[in-house]
Design a protein around this ligand. Structure first.
Ligand SMILES: C[S@@+](CC[C@H](N)C(=O)[O-])C[C@H]1O[C@@H](n2cnc3c(N)ncnc32)[C@H](O)[C@@H]1O
Length: 185
């Protein structure tokens, strides 16, 4: 059983304006991405995280496995993302893929679950003993065109209620719910 998280971050970038002291302002809300990484590493049920960063000239994806050495600060995460982008040693692997290619590839062996406030209540959806890839937006959510694409490719759209949680909070809540489902399977 594999549980994957995919975060689509539409503005996150590392370029000449990048400053570790201002991840929010200088790097297209890379702080939001870094907090998702920290939350993923604290989770019990997710094995792999895909970060799709779309704020640079060319979209890229980074993959982080659960078993790598932990990060403790947002700055540490940001520096390691920068290393991966520059082709230097990093805990992240770099893929030259935008979100469509990532999702298409994952759809071969995972049930794709779109996370949105307007989806079906997670408690009414029976999460089985399957491989799942959960797709999460950034602080501004998904673009209209992304929603249209994902409505076609995703198997289900799921909500954690009508509160718009921070992306990193969604990871923690989902992890809790998944851990309960796995317990009873
Ligand atoms: C800060 S929210 C984005 C809020 C943004 N205003 C919007 O309209 O999508 C970040 C992401 O977390 C997920 N999310 C936040 N709250 C959620 C909820 N109650 N149920 C399901 N997913 C949620 C969604 O994937 C969302 O794109």
């Amino acid at each position: 059983m594999s549980h994957i998280l995919v975060m689509i971050a539409n503005r996150a970038k590392i370029n000449s304006t990048f400053s570790l002291k201002d991840l929010a302002g200088s790097a297209g809300r890379l702080d939001v991405v870094c907090r998702v990484v920290l939350s993923f590493q604290e989770s019990k049920t997710f094995d792999t995280l895909y970060l799709v960063l779309r704020g640079m000239n060319v979209p890229i994806s980074l993959v982080l496995q659960k078993d790598v050495k932990k990060f403790y600060t947002e700055q540490e995460v940001a520096l390691d993302i920068k290393s991966a982008i520059l082709g230097m040693p990093s805990r992240f692997s770099l893929l030259n893929m935008d979100y469509e290619s990532v999702l298409e590839s994952l759809s071969k062996d995972h049930t794709l679950v779109l996370l949105e406030e307007t989806g079906s209540d997670i408690l009414s959806y029976s999460l089985g003993n399957d491989n799942y890839a959960f797709i999460l937006g950034d602080d501004k959510g998904f673009l209209e065109e992304q929603i249209l694409y994902m409505k076609k490719i995703c198997d289900v759209s799921i909500s954690l209620g009508n509160i718009p949680y921070l992306s990193s909070q969604v990871v923690a809540i989902l992890d809790y719910v998944l851990s309960k489902c796995i317990e009873v399977i």
